[in-house]
Unconditional design. Sequence first.
Length: 224
Amino acid sequence: MKHPQFTLDLDRPADFSPSAFARAPGNEAAARLVDQWPDWPAPAVCIAGPAASGKSHLGMMWCERAQGAAIALSALQASDIEGGLDRPLWIDRHDEEAFDEDVLFHTLNLAREEQGSILITARAAPAKWKVALPDLASRLKAIPVVEIGGPDDGLVEAILIKRFTDLGIDAEPAVMRYLLARMERSYGAIDAVTQAFGRQTLAAQRRASVPLAAQVLEDLENSH
């Protein structure tokens, strides 16, 4: 299996190194789960959280630590597990995408039988997934889950700085102060703001400034 290449919308590679992951009370338990491998409570565990909350970053960190492979749940096929689980596996479920229930069931069974390791990342805990296969539903309910909580002020600032760095945006402290005083405290808002900044600065060759920050927030507010 191949590792997916995660990039931001503007096609600039993001930094998924452990040192670039901003830890805070809301995500510390999830980061600690990665650190604790292979001393996990079960062969398969799950990190659940909203979009843009750092699940992919944690998945990349774990793959590096565990020398694992990564695959989207929707792409998981029987051929991927024909020879068993030859290495730890990170399975990412994006949104509510469909997947092969039989294949996932057998993959989870292999992890138990072979004492393998599976990290699942998803927006919702596996126990909440709607599946038709009763045996799979039972397996999913047994998977330990660590939830990523909402960002506090410190984490909002740290993620903004990281995302601006990933996008190559040069922003003065005044820009950060302006955004922190006015923007919504959510991962989705952070993502929307940084992507909007990226589009504006690249399209017009503009430097990040307080007037641009005001324009970005006004445009996002009007688009809702």
